[in-house]
Write a protein that binds this ligand. Structure first.
Ligand code: ADP
Ligand code: MG
Length: 691
């Protein structure tokens, strides 16, 4: 139940003055449906409106001017409405691109003195103009124009100034909440109370106040991080307290291992031992196997599955796509079958009789391992004794899917696998509820991929090199990014490239997969490529990060500067899997910005996905170029992943300590913390259970 003290904040945003049916949808888009959401919407900038004169105006800057109306120029055709004005130092034209003409003329008669405020620009290099002034008032009322104005993320139909008004009203409804932070820590960081921090958030007086490093902002970010970390710790504790089937290490896994054509790496051995420790513990396992593409995670999962089978239980291995499921199946089916463990694959494509047979094998336990996609969650899929769920790239599965899988067996052990190189400093936010095993060592014998950045005008050269390489038997990926909002336009660009490459290399030498292709067509092309019959595969970024084609040695990525480094790294990881020399060409549209140059340079210098991700975070600009959201990074309100990353581990520790002392949050601080969790929607019950 929601604490009463939060009721005012959890009232609908429509209860704010002026939020009617017209404003509400726009407000919901920028902030959310509740007063709370408006209160937690952070301003993004400050506008200085200091009074100035035309003489002192500067291109692109905002200022407040006292002017006299000289004339109205009515628009002809598509021209804007224009009011010519002047002050003692020069002329300034005010322009409006739409509507209002007659009204403007009536309310601003010639000779009247007005205070106007807005951004000024030079028109035709000579004339100063202000398009759509933010303020136009009687000169006597100049005092009503704020000297500094806080800017909120506006949207169509909702101006920043309106949002500001609403935010201040929402703020006024924010109660004094009980302090949930440790007083010693607050004092050390010199952080204000929550209420004070909220006041400061909405009333910045200098640009420094807008920095994520400002104390009030850090406090609020820490609040949000702590709420989340606490929820993760609670979920972890809850999982631990559930019993899980006891699975001892067996001899079948040893036999599977002995039959492999290679030896496990030290990191694989260590990870397997950690997994086995969990499986034997009697508590449910929640473990993440984190490792770069090609590090050998699937093999570790396979050996754990052999233990599970020997103990008389079943396992599933779930992949987000059919292509990946098939590859996993191909990796594990034979080695397990050789030891008498039956593996089946179940995807959306199984229908009718064959599907029914597979379902029977799972229900009666004759199949000990199922590899598949979402199809494994369907209601009619029943298991005899499911004990282990291995989930590849688990953040790509929805909440309900994971829940449904969990419901297929009691105390099912969870093993998540991820190749998404989350920067280590952020790992706790994405995987904080899991124990982590890290495969930080690649199987031996892989040659690093020679990586080069090449400007687009040298494309013909690259195509010629590719032609020669293909003649010599090489295989290549050619990645065309999805860059616009218009999928069809992106596809057209990729198709154009396909045509060009076919002309240069021969029509049969190049195939293409993209998001609009049906599953079976996609699989057919992928299979042709994987079997070496198709030398070059043009792909939009739908090429799954896990696809394994050891014979492919060339990776060309167009518009590489537009990708997140982690994504580039994963794409590059598609090559360099065999013993042969591999190359990665990062094509870019010149000129490269300084940052873009540094970013691509990181890729040339290192092959460690975690180092790359961390550096990318450091160099990060605005937006979400890391694709953090895609990697399961939470959609925080006030946390800036780069600026606040030093707080993450602190919050995780803090949460752990709190729960150790006060597992049910019954102490005064514990109760205050439940208010905090509610405030940010990080109640443990509202969390998704990954298994
Ligand atoms: P991941 O799932 O981490 O991307 P996989 O388990 O699919 O990696 O392994 C990638 C490839 O490396 C597979 O072809 C696998 O057979 C091979 N491999 C795994 N472990 C080793 C090892 N220790 N030595 C050599 N090759 C290995
Ligand atoms: Mg894999």
């Amino acid at each position: 139940m929601r604490p009463e003290i939060l009721f005012p904040l959890f009232a609908p945003a429509t209860s704010l003055k002026g939020v009617g049916p017209k404003v509400a949808p726009a407000l919901e888009k920028v902030a959310g449906p509740l007063v709370r959401d408006v209160a937690l919407l952070a301003p993004t900038a400050l506008v200085h409106r200091e009074p100035t004169t035309v003489e002192r105006a500067r291109e692109g800057e905002t200022g407040t001017f006292i002017v006299t109306i000289e004339s109205h120029q009515k628009p002809r055709g598509a021209q804007p409405w224009k009011i010519r004005t002047f002050d003692e130092t020069g002329f300034l034209s005010l322009i409006w691109f739409k509507g209002h003409g007659e009204h403007l003329e009536r309310s601003n008669p010639v000779g009247a003195r007005r205070a106007v405020s807005g951004k000024v620009e030079r028109f035709n290099h000579i004339e100063w103009q202000m398009a759509h002034p933010d303020y136009i008032l009687d000169a006597a009322r100049v005092g009503e124009i704020p000297r500094i104005e806080t800017v909120y993320p506006a949207t169509a139909g909702l101006a920043s100034r309106t949002i500001r008004k609403l935010a201040l009203e929402a703020l006024s409804r924010a109660p004094d909440l009980p302090e949930w932070q440790d007083p010693a820590w607050l004092a050390r960081e010199q952080w204000p109370s929550w209420r004070q921090a909220m006041e400061a958030l909405h009333n910045p007086v200098s640009d420094a106040d807008l920095s994520p490093l400002a104390r009030p902002r850090r406090r609020l970010a820490y609040d949000e991080l702590l709420a989340h970390q606490l929820a993760l710790a609670q979920r972890k504790a809850a999982r631990r307290s559930t019993p899980g089937p006891i699975i001892p290490a067996g001899v079948l896994a040893d036999k599977v291992q002995a039959a492999l054509p290679y030896r496990l790496t030290g990191a694989q051995i260590r990870s397997l031992a950690e997994v086995r420790g969990d499986l034997l513990s009697g508590e449910r396992m929640s473990r993440l196997l984190q490792g770069d593409v090609g590090a050998g995670k699937t093999v570790v999962a396979m050996l754990a599955m052999a233990d599970v089978a020997e103990a008389g239980f079943q396992s599933v291995l779930m992949a987000p796509t059919e292509i990946l499921a098939r590859q996993h199946y191909e990796t594990i089916a034979q080695p397990l079958a050789d030891q008498g463990i039956r593996v089946i694959m179940l995807t959306g494509r199984d229908k009718g009789g064959p599907r029914a047979e597979k379902l029977v094998a799972l229900a009666d336990g004759s199949a000990a391992v199922a590899v598949g996609t979402h199809a494994l969650f369907q209601d009619d899929v029943e298991f005899h004794r499911l004990a282990l769920a291995v989930v590849d790239e688990q953040h790509r599965f929805g909440v309900s899917e994971r829940k449904r899988l969990q419901d297929k067996g009691e105390g099912v052990h969870l093993m998540a696998m991820s190749a998404t190189p989350i920067p280590r400093t952020l790992e706790l936010t994405v995987f904080g509820d899991l124990d982590v095993s890290r495969i930080d060592e690649k199987p031996p014998g892989r040659t690093p991929v020679a990586t080069r950045a090449v400007p687009m005008p040298r494309l013909p050269e690259i195509v010629e090199r590719l032609r020669q390489a293909v003649k010599a038997g090489a295989q290549a990926f050619w990645i065309c990014p999805m860059i616009t909002d218009n999928e069809m336009a992106d596809l057209a660009a990729a198709e154009k490239r396909l045509g060009e490459l076919r002309r240069a290399l021969g029509p049969a030498a190049v195939g293409m997969v993209h998001g609009k292709l049906g599953a079976s067509e996609k699989d057919a092309v992928m299979a042709e490529f994987a079997e070496g019959r198709l030398p070059v595969l043009v792909a939009t970024t739908v090429v799954e990060v896990g696809v394994n084609v050891p014979n492919a040695t060339i990776m060309v990525i167009e518009q590489a500067e537009r990708f997140g480094l982690a994504q580039l790294h994963q794409l590059r990881g598609r090559v360099g899997r065999g013993r042969r020399e591999s190359a990665c060409v990062l094509l870019y549209d010149p000129p490269l910005s300084k940052i873009a140059e540094q970013r691509l340079d990181i890729l040339r210098r290192t092959d460690d996905g975690f180092v790359i991700a961390e550096k990318d975070l450091e160099l990060r600009g605005g937006g979400d170029p890391l694709g953090l959201r895609q990697s399961g990074f939470p959609d925080y309100r006030l946390v800036d992943p780069a600026a606040h990353r030093d707080l993450i581990a602190v919050a995780a520790d803090d949460a752990r300590l709190v729960l150790a002392r006060d597992p049910h949050l019954k102490s005064p601080r514990g109760k205050a913390l439940t208010v905090l969790q509610e405030l940010f929607d990080w109640r443990p019950a509202g969390l998704t259970d990954a298994g």
